[in-house]
Design a protein around this ligand. Sequence first.
Ligand code: SF4
Length: 296
Amino acid sequence: MKTIQYIEPLFRPPSEANSLIFQITNGCSWNKCAFCEMYTAPQKKFSTKKEELVFEEIEIAATTHPETRRIFLADGDAMALSTRRLLAIMQHIQKHFSSINRISAYCLPRNVKNKSVNELKELKDAGLGLVYVGAESGDDELLRLINKGETLASTVDSLHKLHSADIKASVMVLNGLGGNLFTEQHAQNSARLVNESQPHYLSTLVLSFPLGETRFLSHFPANFKLLDQNELFHEMDVFLQHTELNNTIFRSDHASNYLSLKGVLGKDKEKLLAKLHLAQTSPEKAHLRKEWQRGL
Ligand code: SF4
């Protein structure tokens, strides 16, 4: 019997652990961010899966997992596909599964740039309920240095467009990205980014390098240093202090974080800041993850 084909490694957000995954594209069409090692293996060079093959996999999965409710479209850049192709895939999903309540995908801000709000609304109507946007930072100088290919303005514009189409966004910010030289501006401008976009979800991950940090450091001046644990907490502290969010579900509980934080911003802001202060002043009382417990 035919099965769904994946080109490994396959990444998905932690909150998609129970979703069925269709890998409609492979790798990332940008693939230039200084910190990102997700798609550096030769087999992860960006490509798109043939439409007939995607359709076939949807039909196979509909017979093996008919009860599926959530679907994640991989890889890092599935939204790079044209609206026509995305719509065709989502309509095929809706045709073959009867209980889908959410389709989601990673989404680079540039993926949205060439899609109109009306096109995004069509995608929403076809089931696209949530996209994960790796903003990483709101600081333009840092975004340039890490080769993100985006700016504060381009990310905020895309988030506004998604909001207009009623597609929820989960924004990711990288704790530690600014190192010793850019930490304050990274924290403050990342708060600005989320304040201006008011995302539905916000998460922070700690910058980590399972394959080594040499490539990342080569993008920075020689006196650039990665942050230690306490400096990471301080950066989070500055970031959270500057947030002015109305109703954003905040999660900083990815396994890369030393301190797990969860709440709704702004109502839980003071509570979260108090946890961060405790982690900085009395780490032994703050239930921190040990180094070996962190997953990258
Ligand atoms: S856009 Fe995302 S997936 Fe692509 S290289 Fe940058 S961080 Fe990695």
